[in-house]
Design a protein around this ligand. Structure first.
Ligand code: CP3
Length: 350
């Protein structure tokens, strides 16, 4: 069937078509962290909102910042504006974002602290997030998809255990080695919480979700299997029991060829790659099985010019022959010039 005819028969959102494994002539584009500080209109709303979490829980303003990059650049998807750390918050942990700093949580040091966690997420608390989803959905045109998200249990646990961002996720790794039974309880709690949270996002109007496993790359093969692959597989299975056919993009950052087992065993609909992964290998080994997403180096986007064009052309040339969602290999950096984003989009769209 011709692409156009199929699209009119089964929906016209290119990103969702790719998740159905259908290559699009021009790949759909979005950027991780596309709503954020590189945009003056984001900084203006952020200032008005108060704290970062105030912004996340103000559905009117959160919907506005979700839509800003879509309006400005015409991205093929909006990604819900929220944060992966609203899940620990909804499990009863203290979470704060200081001005200009990373997150601060009360560290979860032992089994005793675990006992203080809620059994399941406080859905009441998350109502504003679901309202953001519904507001954004109502505002999007017929071409633009709405992506929900959560952090993977491992990545969220690294922040919960350390209480802050760390260089090597040492505190969570130490906890997992020293007290695997309690660490497993924490991961299980996060599996259930994340499943419920994603179901809530789908019910509110999300059309697909991404699971961010930003810190998957620090684990050895056995730990990666146990703390990343298995929990992610459980989330996806539980999600699909309640949302049949739910489309999930997995992003296990920095795991190298361990991505193979992740792709095979988690049930993801598509897999996102960071920029360190050999694109030829992605095309030959992964894209024949699954749609892929990525993977421009965010620093090349910051640099702009010839380096950016080389990077964009390489993604298109190497990955453009199969189902591709064009994206960065990680979030856009706050100091990135808007003109570079425009140049990138022009190159992709011709
Ligand atoms: O992508 C989007 O535009 C949607 C919104 C989104 C945010 N965080 C908003 C945000 C998403 C999808 C996230 C995910 C997230 N949050 C991850 C996984 C993806 C990744 O980038 O690795 C992680 C690890 C977090 C936790 C987190 N949130 C940290 C470590 C920080 C501080 C670092 C920083 O960039 O400031 C945040 C804050 C945060 N989350 C900001 C935004 C726009 C910046 C806060 C601000 O506006 O001051």
């Amino acid at each position: 069937m011709e692409e156009a005819a199929r699209n009119s028969a089964t929906g016209t959102k290119p990103l969702l078509r790719v998740l159905e494994r259908e290559r699009q002539k021009i790949p759909p584009v979005w950027m991780m962290r596309q709503a954020g500080r590189y945009l003056p209109e984001y900084r203006a709303v952020r200032e008005k909102a108060g704290s970062f979490l105030d912004l996340c829980f103000n559905s009117k303003l959160a919907a506005e910042v979700t839509l800003q990059p879509v309006r400005r650049f015409g991205f093929d998807a909006a990604i819900l504006f929220s944060d992966i750390l609203v899940v620990p918050l909804a499990l009863g942990r203290k979470v704060e974002f200081g001005a200009g700093e990373g997150p601060r949580l009360e560290p979860l040091a032992d089994g005793e602290a675990l006992a203080a966690l809620r059994e399941s997420i406080d859905q009441e608390m998350l109502v504003p997030v679901y309202e953001t989803v519904a507001k954004v959905k109502a505002a999007l045109d017929s071409k633009t998809a709405l992506i929900g998200f959560c952090g993977a249990p491992w990545t969220v646990a690294t922040y919960m255990v350390a209480g802050e961002a760390t260089l090597d996720q040492g505190p969570a790794r130490l906890f997992a080695y020293r007290d695997p039974d309690n660490f497993e309880k924490l991961i299980d709690r996060l599996v259930q919480a994340s499943t419920d949270y994603l179901v809530g996002q789908f019910n509110a109007g999300a059309e697909c979700v991404q699971i961010f496993d930003t810190w998957a790359g620090v684990l050895g093969p056995e730990e990666f299997m146990h703390w990343c692959i298995e929990p992610t597989a459980k989330i996806i299975k539980g999600l699909r029991q309640q949302v049949p056919g739910a489309k999930v993009i997995g992003f296990p950052r920095g795991v190298g060829f361990q991505a193979w087992r992740y792709a095979k065993l988690t049930g993801v609909s598509a897999i996102g790659f960071d920029w360190t992964f050999d694109r030829k290998v992605i095309a030959d080994r992964f894209q024949s099985e699954l749609p892929v997403q990525g993977n421009v180096d965010p620093v090349a986007l910051l640099a702009g010019g010839a380096a950016l064009m080389r990077e964009v052309d390489d993604v298109l040339k190497t990955l453009g022959k199969g189902p591709l969602i064009f994206n960065l290999g990680h979030g856009i950096l706050p100091e990135t010039p808007i003109a570079h984003v425009e140049e990138m989009l022009k190159r992709v769209r011709g």
